[in-house]
Design a protein around this ligand. Structure first.
Ligand SMILES: [Zn+2]
Length: 174
């Protein structure tokens, strides 16, 4: 595992250099040429550990890698927004449902065992199956879209990972 160092340019960008590049001249994106210090000088620079480079790579070039990561990031954000919207929409629809108790079955005046049993059954069925008052079709509708949103989220992450795996372009002028 090679230790890398961050070599600051006057433009504010930081170029990643390694021990093996000591004494070389790098060309920054801004056009300036920066001489990489000698091995001893490198030790005084900010260090980057290899494990953290994927997340905080101070890349100085805009290329397919950055474009892919931006695209992936946007897709991830959009699908998260979509999920939030789906949840909100479901909430709205459920709140708009008529109250199943508002038009509840009138209990017969005569509370015979058979009549109240029928009324109870109707009430149960009304709560469970009446499409006008049931939350089930709303939840099912949401479930369908939710998987689509998960798929989009996954695709966004795949695009980001592909972007991370693309090699970065660095110009090294000896
Ligand atoms: Zn520069």
């Amino acid at each position: 595992m090679a230790t890398s160092f961050l070599l600051p340019c006057e433009c504010g960008k930081k170029l990643r250099v390694e021990n093996s590049q000591a004494g070389h001249i790098l060309e920054c994106e801004c056009g300036r040429r920066i001489e990489v210090p000698t091995f001893r000088g490198l030790q005084r620079l900010e260090r980057v550990s290899e494990s953290s480079t994927s997340a905080s790579y101070p890349s100085s070039t805009w290329g397919p890698r950055q474009a892919l990561m931006l695209l992936g990031g946007l897709i991830v954000l959009a699908s998260i927004g979509w999920q939030v919207y789906l949840g909100w929409e479901m909430q709205q629809r459920i709140e708009k449902l008529p109250d199943p108790n508002a038009n509840a079955i009138q209990l017969p005046d005569e509370l015979t065992a058979a009549a109240s049993w029928r009324a109870w059954q109707q009430l149960q069925q009304g709560l469970r199956e009446n499409p006008a008052t049931s939350v089930r079709p709303i939840v099912e509708h949401r479930e369908q879209w939710r998987w689509a949103a998960y798929g989009t989220l996954g695709a966004g992450f795949v695009i980001i990972i592909v972007g991370l795996l693309l090699p970065t372009k660095r110009t090294i002028v000896k």
